[in-house]
Design a protein around this ligand. Sequence first.
Ligand SMILES: [Zn+2]
Ligand SMILES: [Zn+2]
Length: 194
Amino acid sequence: MTLPPVEDLQRRAVELFELWRVRDTAVDVAYNRRLRTCAGRAFVENGLIELNPHVLEGAPEEVDGVLVHEAAHVAAWRLFGNAAEAHGRHWRALMRLAGAPPDVTHDLPIPSRPSGTVGARHRSRRRFSYLRFCEACGDRQLLAAVRYGRCHGCSRRDSYLVLRAPASAAGRAALERITLEDARARCADIMGRV
Ligand SMILES: [Zn+2]
Ligand SMILES: [Zn+2]
């Protein structure tokens, strides 16, 4: 499966910066074959976004979502600096403005059930399950919908990592296997942050 050329992705990133009213729209987008678990990462101070071709060749429909995710990190840095928590409310507001799901840090790709099987009818009602970690204290919640209130463990806000998978038995099982370390490895996508 061929991935879009970086020139197209770069143009898209500039459009996003304009939408977000980021004055400095300089950005580089590159594919990096050395990336392992993360789908993409952002060097916020250098304005560089790297995408993982290994992951995205298997899921080309996710390229735009990953690009928006990483571009929002660069934009949050340019607009708010260190005041923006990694996947906190500033970043989520930018995601929402771009029409992207604001509540999810990363998707866990799970092969979906063939349509026509029992339960397919219900899929549209509860399509996803969510695993939410508090990065501050490690509190772990498997949820049917994401909530961003205060953490029950440490009462902090805005320090959640949220992984999403289809609300199937396979999806929930995959989420149950994820540890905080796994989640951190998948979501450690902001480089060069002070
Ligand atoms: Zn906590
Ligand atoms: Zn991120």
